[in-house]
Design a protein around this ligand. Sequence first.
Ligand SMILES: Nc1nc2c(c(=O)[nH]1)N[C@H]1C(S)=C(S)[C@@H](COP(=O)(O)O)O[C@H]1N2
Ligand SMILES: [Mo]
Length: 198
Amino acid sequence: MFFGKPKVKKDNDRIPPNQNVTTKWPVLHVGNVPCYPDLTDWNLKIYGMVENPTTFTYDELLALPRATVQNDIHCVTGWSKLDNVWEGVAVKDVVKDVRIHPSAKYVLLHAEEGWTTNLPLEDFLKESSLLAHTHNGESLTPEHGYPLRAVVPHLYFWKSAKWLRGIEFLPLEAPGFWEKNGYHMYGDPWKEERFSWD
Ligand SMILES: Nc1nc2c(c(=O)[nH]1)N[C@H]1C(S)=C(S)[C@@H](COP(=O)(O)O)O[C@H]1N2
Ligand SMILES: [Mo]
């Protein structure tokens, strides 16, 4: 599957206000980079407002249809990186059999060390959202989220949890780590929704 947009837009139509394009890939996070000598203890838990709470092993996740997406990412600190090619699994395939309850309206993504971020269910389920293990043809490095990170490119990049371990479906919006610390609950880069007061 290929969900990426063809390159028809001019570059300056692709860069949200007050962002600068970088060809490097900065590393940004709080806490430690987790170390996985092997992935036998790794899993991804899907729970909350779902009929079938599910735990995926890494192999089970890789057995889902493979998705490739090309997109631009925009960090709230001001850098944008264009034309990233991510491979992984589409969110809609990951949640296909969990039967999301109709009262679920929001998602809280859980990463290692208790780091979290929140977004509306509708945004999480977009065609462009995926759980990625590969970037530009290479396995994610530990500092960029190995073995699995969320990629939600239409929101500021802090919503794209690295070292993802859990997906919790909620009826109400619960602020994640940065959202509790003054970042915007939604984070649309085109509207510059950087902080809660924007
Ligand atoms: N688990 C986790 N994921 C995280 C963060 C974090 O601190 N912990 N930081 C976020 C922020 S603020 C950004 S800008 C991106 C940075 O991803 P990168 O380091 O791969 O560029 O990861 C996001 N995902
Ligand atoms: Mo960020």
